[in-house]
Design a protein around this ligand. Structure first.
Ligand code: AMP
Length: 215
């Protein structure tokens, strides 16, 4: 199963993709995670993308396209993947088409999660991440057992630089302008299924499962 998960920041894409991958037996491929890892490593790619990732603007299409092409060519993605955070522009739709064509395959489905702005701002404002093992928490819905400390590895939790309220608004603006047309493009191909992402994580997960299994 080759899936793309679309949705504005805070729609729960990452949380859901992390669960969908194991359910379907395919890797969760998140361009945001890949780019943040490059920033943390201080590698050449990281230095190139840092200002974009921290400021909520988009990394150039060819840069992220190359990273995705490399990732999808790895053996663990041969049987499928859940792609989270890509494509985010219509140019990236064309890049993904070319990558999949080279691999002799195509997308099975595109799931679009939706959530209202107040829900998004609440979710992202309360998000905390572990800089050590990258586990994700939320102050209300998924708090760590001990305040400010990662359950899995004991590191001090932090806020993502782009979860600041001003940056959240910029990311939503970018989503409307650049990524809403991506959903329309896949809708025109008959691949898109819309799923309400505003409920609790378990409820949204069930809706996604139904959308994956359904017609
Ligand atoms: P995310 O974790 O998906 O919210 O992505 C975090 C940040 O990484 C975004 O605000 C962008 O700066 C960058 N990013 C992630 N995916 C892409 C993409 N497909 N195209 C361009 N920039 C991206």
């Amino acid at each position: 199963m080759r899936l793309v998960l679309l949705g504005p920041p805070g729609s729960g894409k990452g949380t859901q993709a992390e669960r969908l991958g194991p359910l379907l037996g395919v890797p969760h491929v998140s361009t945001g995670d890949m780019l943040r890892a490059a920033v943390d490593d201080g590698a050449a790619l990281g230095r190139r993308v840092r200002a974009h990732v921290e400021g909520g603007t988009l990394v150039p299409d060819e840069v992220v396209g190359e990273a995705v092409a490399g990732r999808l060519a790895k053996p663990d993605a041969a049987a499928g993947f859940v792609l989270d955070g890509f494509p985010r522009t219509v140019e990236q739709v064309a890049i993904l088409d070319r990558v999949l064509e080279r691999l002799g395959t195509s997308l099975d489905r595109v799931l679009a999660l939706d959530a209202s702005e107040p829900v998004i701002v609440r979710r992202l404002g309360g998000r905390r991440v572990c800089p050590g093992c990258r586990a994700v928490y939320h102050l209300e819905s998924r708090p760590p057992r001990s305040a400010g400390v990662c359950d899995a590895c004991g590191a001090a939790l932090a806020q993502r630089a782009d979860d600041d309220v001003a940056v959240i608004r910029e990311r939503l603006r970018v989503y409307e302008e650049r990524t809403v047309p991506v959903a329309r493009a896949y809708e025109a191909r008959g691949l898109l299924r819309r799923v309400d992402g505003s409920g609790e994580a378990d409820v949204v997960f069930e809706a996604l499962r139904a959308a994956v299994a359904g017609p």
